[in-house]
Design a protein around this ligand. Structure first.
Ligand code: NAD
Ligand code: UDP
Length: 307
């Protein structure tokens, strides 16, 4: 089984590639290092069944494979907002090219979709049937709307019988091999606490997220792909919800040290609450996350200590 992983040099792409190699796949990792790390590829390249292709997904490609896992896209708000027009191109053209490659080679496709398609949700927790509340004009729209058109392309390729594309809507996932300057909240808080710097809470810290440890997410993805019938879209995430203030306090408790909590302006359109309804995944995949936040944070803190 040859699996193409786009975005293999990224946080989730490196974990997915490692798990696929462990499960016996041949893995072709594709990336252009827009937000990924060379170190992830160096480490994977040590494996005899891993091959790397340096390529920008906004341009078409032709890579024989049995499965495409389409992850290539910057995921952290500072990264995807740095060049928003490029982000929209990656989300649209990158998904189109992944689907065209899958169709050409009669491969299946796993699309890394996101809870951001629900925007700043007015329904809580979010079930797959919720159609979202996205500001098309705001700074997050390049990513949110990009991921929404990505879902549309997958749905149309599937409806037309061209590719069996599975949509996994991932909720905030964290773990080792996040980039230390990634900008997302878990890595920011841990790196700040380890360096003894101020912990930066945006806004009053009452906004919520539900954090999934990376190994749990990867297991959910693989179970979604293993379904024999077309299925989806499916929420994949941990349904235990925390405020950012609670996350900051827990991180400080686990790291120790002298950091202070400081408040910075809340970015516009920052979702106020987010928690997945995972009833569908529990029923179909017999899956739910196993790693509680404190345990996953400890593993992630240990990783950042070695950096
Ligand atoms: P990441 O930024 O660590 O990884 C993304 C990878 O894609 C990087 O290696 C980057 O270099 C590569 N990439 C970006 N643009 C590219 C291009 N034009 N051509 C080739 N490669 C390109 O982010 P991540 O957290 O690993 O996220 C991976 C995927 O999962 C993304 O599609 C993201 O939208 C999705 N996702 C992640 C989360 C999460 O919490 N981590 C949540 C929802 C969705
Ligand atoms: N956040 C924060 N401090 C930081 C980074 C992020 O308080 O240093 C907040 C951010 O405003 C948001 C939440 O943490 O409310 C999650 O942010 P992240 O960028 O990790 O993910 P997303 O907003 O895409 O869910």
């Amino acid at each position: 089984m040859i699996t193409l992983v786009t975005g293999a040099a990224g946080f989730l792409g490196s974990h997915l590639s490692a798990r696929l190699l462990a499960d016996g796949h041949e893995v072709v990792g594709l990336d252009n290092f827009h937000s990924g790390q060379q170190a992830n590829i160096d480490w994977l390249s040590a494996h005899p069944r891993f091959r790397f292709v340096r390529h920008d997904v906004v341009k078409p490609y032709d890579i024989p494979c049995d499965l495409v896992c389409n992850l290539a896209c910057p995921a952290s708000p500072p990264h995807y907002q740095a060049d928003p027009v490029y982000t929209s191109k990656i989300a649209f053209l990158g998904t189109l090219h992944a689907l065209e490659n899958a169709q050409r080679h009669k491969a299946g496709l796993l699309q890394a979709s996101t809870s951001e398609i629900y925007g700043d949700p007015l329904v809580h927790p979010q079930p797959e049937s919720y159609q979202g509340n996205v500001n098309t004009l705001g700074p997050r729209a390049c990513y949110d709307e990009g991921k929404r058109i990505g879902e549309t392309l997958c749905a149309d390729f599937t409806r037309l019988g061209r590719v069996d594309a599975r949509l996994g809507r991932i909720f905030n996932t964290y773990g080792p091999r996040m980039h230390e300057s990634d900008g997302r909240v878990v890595s920011n808080f841990i790196v700040q606490a380890l360096r003894g710097e101020d912990i930066t809470i945006y806004g009053d810290g009452s906004q919520t997220r539900s954090f999934c440890y990376v190994d749990d997410l990867i297991e959910g993805w693989l179970r979604l792909m293993a379904q024999t019938e077309t299925v989806g879209p499916m929420n994949l995430g941990n349904p235990t919800e925390f405020t950012m203030l609670q996350l900051a306090e827990l991180t400080l408790k686990l790291v120790g040290g002298k950091s202070k909590i400081v408040h910075k302006p809340l970015p516009s359109d920052d979702p106020k609450q987010r928690r997945p309804d995972i009833t569908f995944a529990q029923k179909v995949l017999k899956w739910e996350p196993k790693v509680p936040l404190a345990q996953g944070l400890k593993l992630t803190i240990d990783y950042f200590k070695t950096k």
